[in-house]
Write a protein that binds this ligand. Structure first.
Ligand code: GP9
Ligand code: MN
Length: 634
């Protein structure tokens, strides 16, 4: 017999009441999207798991009165947390995060309107607390429960088992939910509000401790490295070519370079982008690499805005959103630019709403700025064609000059597209992902073409430069068999895998007339200095790790976030040093061991060391929040 009485212990009753209440709150007081049945099941389960987790602790109290007291106060405190989130949500459409709670401006915003955010019927969420309170004080006799040791251990094991089960389902539903940490809504939906708060406290404590130990003494060494190796004072003859022009930056979701000027089933995949590679007003960089990690799109944004490296784990947009930065929107802002982002997705995705504030983005047009219906959406949301179309009005209302970024969505895994939007047929291989990639890439190509036409028709084209960049790979190494079939190769080696990390980069300057295909090794780290130089905006004393793509004297390698690199001569991947031109492993003449390319010292070693140093400096800047110690000209 587990429990001494044949009665239901109060903690079980409390779990049921509190679980039901929490579920009702999830469904009716927050706006949580449920995309499939598994998500519905998880959302239903997790309130009970959390409730069981905290109420079951009560069995360890010896005295029944203590047990009752614990359950009472636990119910009250936990309901208080729910209530605080409800009020916060009404104002920010977001869940509370530790930094946001202590961030002066937000708290002040909330302070003024807090009364108007509370509704009379909110009192109902305390119903279960009232019942639990009543039962625990007045029906004490019915609950005198003296738990046996087995009962206690059983309750504890159940807690952990339930939690493990919940986390397992969450991981199945969203692989890498915890390491990638992409969206608060996903976290709450999958592990529940309370576990989400614990998680949030965890990442915050870590970030804070690292910050506390930094004092700015690290800066001179990093500055010296940058001055010597990056040569940030270089000016190319393209400096100021686009002075005072608007910048229209298109983040082309999951677009890889291998589709450019290539075919599938005998059809061109990207006719419009292909035409740009030959256009006299366009520079096309054919050896341009993405440098993102787990933060995917947000990492690419981070690279572009700061010319710093993202982190090797997690998304810097999530973990270091409270840092100070010296990002493009801020620098351009001082030069009179207005910066805006257009993206028809949930504003909390990748924590953009908070990170954009730290980057000094003036306005973020998220999902709510668009008319999104079932008809005009697929997969992740609004389709790219209506997205660009609806953005034009917003764009027209902006003060000039502006720096605007458009983040597309349709060409996102799993690359869904309704039949009527397909202009080309899928490929035929063992990978549905690769097969479906081609029609969605074509759809995006058409949407960009249409956007160019709309810009022209609305008089927005002439005074702008248009930059198009692929954010990261769309086809992961998991699809290498299908990929090798498509590329007509026997296998995908680490060398090929690295070359597949190339993403298109276009700079289109209307009326420029000197466009060409450029072959230098380049990457997302170079975007910030390149754009700022084109606009003729100086940013002296800045610390960053990329080069103006048009300058003569550039650092001749691109570091990937995992420490691999591509230089003019070599590609270093999976510990192997390759000759970039031939794709052959580099053999050291002096060394007669068979696989000398794997040896400690190879032709790749000097750059490899520099890459490690550079990534380390970038990490120091971010983890130590070192920009807060720097003075930049006003
Ligand atoms: C989400 C979109 C896609 O808002 O940017 O993110 P991803 O999964 O590509 O990082
Ligand atoms: Mn992306």
């Amino acid at each position: 017999m587990m429990f001494n009485q044949k009665r239901i212990p109060l903690f079980v009753i409390a779990t049921i009441l509190f679980g039901i209440k929490t579920y009702i709150v999830y469904r009716f007081m927050f706006n949580i999207d449920l995309e499939n049945i598994l998500q519905e099941i998880i959302l239903f389960i997790n309130p009970f798991v959390s409730a069981f987790l905290f109420f079951a602790v009560s069995v360890w109290f010896k005295k029944t009165s203590r047990q009752m007291k614990y359950i009472r106060y636990m119910a009250l405190i936990a309901t208080g947390v729910i209530f605080a989130n409800i009020v916060f949500y009404r104002s920010f459409a977001d869940f509370i995060t530790i930094p946001q709670l202590f961030q002066g401006s937000n708290a002040a915003d909330l302070g003024e309107s807090i009364v108007s955010l509370i509704k009379p019927y909110d009192i109902l969420i305390f119903t279960d607390v009232a019942i639990i309170w009543y039962l625990s004080r007045n029906r004490l006799d019915s609950f005198i429960v003296d738990f046996s040791r087995r009962g206690k251990v059983f309750a504890l094991s159940m807690s952990f088992l339930l939690l493990a089960g919940n986390f397992f389902l969450a991981e199945v539903e969203r692989p890498q939910l915890f390491t990638r940490a992409f969206d608060r809504e996903y976290l709450v939906k999958n592990i529940g509000l309370f576990n989400y708060h614990l998680y949030d406290i965890g990442i915050n404590t870590k970030a804070t401790t690292q910050k506390v130990f930094a004092d700015g003494n690290e800066i001179p060494e990093i500055k010296a490295y940058v001055e010597e190796n990056i040569k940030t004072d270089q000016k190319s003859d393209m400096f100021g070519v686009a002075k005072n022009k608007n910048v229209i930056f298109i983040n082309a979701e999951s677009l890889q370079s291998f589709v450019i000027n290539d075919e599938v089933n005998g059809e061109e995949i990207t006719p419009f982008l292909n035409s740009l590679t030959e256009d006299e007003d366009t520079y096309y960089f054919e050896n341009f690499y993405h440098q993102t990690e787990q933060g995917k799109t947000s990492d690419s944004e981070f690279l572009v805005e700061n010319s710093l490296y993202p982190l090797s784990r997690g998304a810097v947009f999530f973990t270091q959103a409270q840092n100070e930065y010296h990002a493009m929107p801020e620098i351009m802002g001082k030069a009179g630019y207005n910066s805006v982002v257009f993206h028809a997705n949930n504003k909390t995705f990748w924590n953009r709403d908070q990170m954009y504030e730290s980057l000094d983005v003036d306005k973020f047009y998220g999902e709510e700025a668009y008319e999104v219906t079932e008809d005009n959406s697929v997969g992740w949301g609004l389709k790219d064609k209506p997205f660009f179309e609806q953005s034009i009005d917003h764009l027209q209302s902006l003060d000039e000059p502006y720096y605007s970024k458009f983040i597309t969505l349709t060409n996102h895994f799993p690359f869904e597209l309704p039949e009527e939007d397909r202009s080309i047929e899928p490929y035929d291989s063992n990978s549905a992902t690769l097969n479906n990639y081609f029609p969605t890439v074509r759809y995006m190509d058409e949407s960009i073409e249409q956007f160019f036409a709309q810009l022209k028709a609305n008089g927005l084209y002439e005074d702008s430069i248009i930059v198009i960049m692929g954010d990261h790979y769309g086809i992961s190494a998991n699809h290498n068999r299908a990929m090798s079939q498509y590329l007509g190769e026997e296998e995908i080696t680490p060398f090929d895998q690295t070359q597949l990390q190339r993403v298109p980069f276009f700079i289109h300057i209307p009326g420029h007339g000197k466009g060409e295909v450029r072959s230098e090794v380049s990457g997302q780290i170079d975007v910030k200095p390149t754009i700022l130089n084109l606009l003729g905006i100086e940013h002296q004393n800045d610390i960053y790790f990329g080069n103006d793509l048009f300058s003569e004297d550039r650092k001749d390698y691109i570091a990937l976030r995992n420490g691999d690199f591509i230089s003019e001569d070599y590609i270093f991947a999976s510990g192997i040093c390759y000759d970039r031109q031939s794709g052959e492993q580099v053999k050291e003449e002096s060394d007669d061991s068979i696989d000398s390319s794997l040896a400690e010292d190879s032709a790749c070693t000097p750059i490899k060391k520099q890459v490690e140093q550079e990534l380390g400096y970038s990490d120091d800047l971010i983890y130590g929040d070192l920009f807060r110690f720097m003075e930049f000209e006003k």
